[in-house]
Design a protein around this ligand. Structure first.
Ligand code: ZN
Ligand code: ZN
Length: 302
């Protein structure tokens, strides 16, 4: 039927066809017992896969902390990648694929702890720029006494530094943008030093690079204005065309509880549609459904 005033009702009655709600069918940031901040003997790949199956997920990715020894760091905190990869290959399920990634950290000199070559080898890579509570590693010890304004300035510098790097951004995600770790003494304070224009600039760069934006917060933990403060960066990111993925950042099996509901609430608050999802997710699920390989599945490590 040709489009005309006569069939305008079509547009009113079928929005769900055109705008499909985001399906939270994944978790791309999960720690296993190999992360020192977990060290939980119950946080095994098998337990993580069971969580993915029980949640109806189609894709899971590990994100243990490590530092690629191909990248020099005078102030290292994390163990080598080879240790983090000792869990490979990961258990698999026909419906719920389990891929392999790490959480790559940035040190106080704005150097990222993964080489381009190794980032290419991973299935997915979560990039953390804001572990600024790790004094002596991610932060110079002097920052301990600094307030929100200086911390926000450094955080912005670190975000821009990542965007200048040569990385396979289509399978990289920007971790927990709104974490209170930027200024753990007053976790909401630093937001005031990020203007809308500055956020727009950062997220426009991320959108152009195709870098995923991680949704990793519990909306129920914030009340009133604080919730608006937390949502503002993500709404700006969405406005400039960024794509998103969900991350539970679980360290223990107890952290899995209520994750799917939490994510549904974020989808409602940000009115996310399926087109707001990073293409990496549906593409990877399709590839693995068709019998393709992933690092998580085959474990290519020497
Ligand atoms: Zn983190
Ligand atoms: Zn993490």
């Amino acid at each position: 039927m040709p489009l005309s005033e006569n069939n305008i009702l079509f547009y009113w009655t079928a929005p769900e066809v055109i705008f499909m709600r985001y399906i939270p069918d994944h978790d791309l940031h999960i720690h296993s017992q190999l992360s020192p901040c977990s060290s939980d003997p119950n946080q095994t790949p098998a337990a993580i896969l069971a969580y993915g199956i029980a949640s109806g997920f189609r894709l899971l990715s590990l994100a243990d902390h490590c530092w690629d020894r191909d990248v020099e760091c005078p102030c290292n905190t994390w163990g080598p990648m080879t240790d983090a990869m000792s869990c490979l290959p990961l258990p698999q399920n026909k419906r719920c694929h389990f891929i392999y990634g790490i959480e790559a950290d940035m040190n106080q000199f704005n150097v990222l702890g993964i080489s381009k070559e190794h980032a290419e080898m991973l299935d997915f890579c979560v990039i953390a720029t804001n572990h600024m509570h790790l004094y002596g590693f991610a932060s110079n010890p002097e920052i301990h006494g600094y307030g929100a304004e200086e911390r926000a300035r450094r955080y912005k510098e670190r975000l821009h530094a990542v965007m200048e790097m040569d990385l396979p951004f289509h399978k990289c995600g920007l971790a927990h943008f709104t974490t209170g770790l930027v200024c753990e003494k007053d976790p909401m304070s630093w937001h005031a030093y990020f203007s809308d224009a500055e956020l727009k600039d950062i997220f426009t760069k991320a959108a152009k690079l195709g870098m995923g934006i991680e949704l990793n917060f519990n909306p129920d933990s914030y009340k009133g204005r604080d919730l608006i403060t937390i949502l503002r960066p993500y709404l700006i990111a969405k406005e400039v065309g960024c794509k998103f993925y969900f991350a539970g950042d679980a360290h223990h099996p107890g952290d899995f509880y209520g994750m799917r509901e939490r994510n549904e609430r974020i989808i409602s608050l940000l009115t996310l549609e399926e087109s707001d999802k990073i293409p990496f997710i549906p593409e990877t699920i399709a590839k693995l459904d068709a019998g393709g390989d992933s690092l998580g599945k085959v474990g290519l490590l020497k």
